[in-house]
Design a protein around this ligand. Sequence first.
Ligand SMILES: [Zn+2]
Length: 213
Amino acid sequence: MKIIMLGAPGAGKGTQAKRIAEKFAIPHISTGDIFRANIKNGTELGKKAKGYMDQGLLVPDELVVDLVVDRIKQDDCEKGYILDGFPRTIPQAEALDAALSAISEKVDYAVNVEVPDSDIVDRMSGRRACLNCGATYHIVNIPTKVEGICDVCGSEIVLREDDKPETVLKRLEVYHNQTQPLIDYYSKQGILKEVDGRKTMSDTFEDILKILN
Ligand SMILES: [Zn+2]
């Protein structure tokens, strides 16, 4: 079971990826985690990646692919894995396919968690954060006991810059420009599965299970 997760920032892709990984007892592989692990362990690939990151540069596609392929060759990936945050671009997707076919493997499903931009903007603009203690809330889903005041430390809670509609919309635009070609790519391969991410986390998860079973 080799799965790629696609979905906009704020669509709940990461949460679903974790639940799938738990359910099927396969590793949840995020590029951020791989980078951190390789840098921490001082591997050759990690050193190379750190070199780019220290200069504020994006880690090049080939290196990202090397890191991911190195990870999925490990023993715990024998039964499958779920890739979260990779591939992000067509060159990355092609490089992944090439690397997998070299070891006679292929991606089984690309699961796209679909949430309309307007819903994502609504979700994010309901978030509140305490800048003093770091606690996070949501005006509908996780309200504070006293409106506008952090439960933990009593400070005022705010809408972070990152969660403001204009910031979210900008991020979504970048996402769509990058990801639409990927959606087409996996659709042509016949492995794209779309799920409705507007439902509750649990209902969306049930839909994903139906697809994977
Ligand atoms: Zn607080």
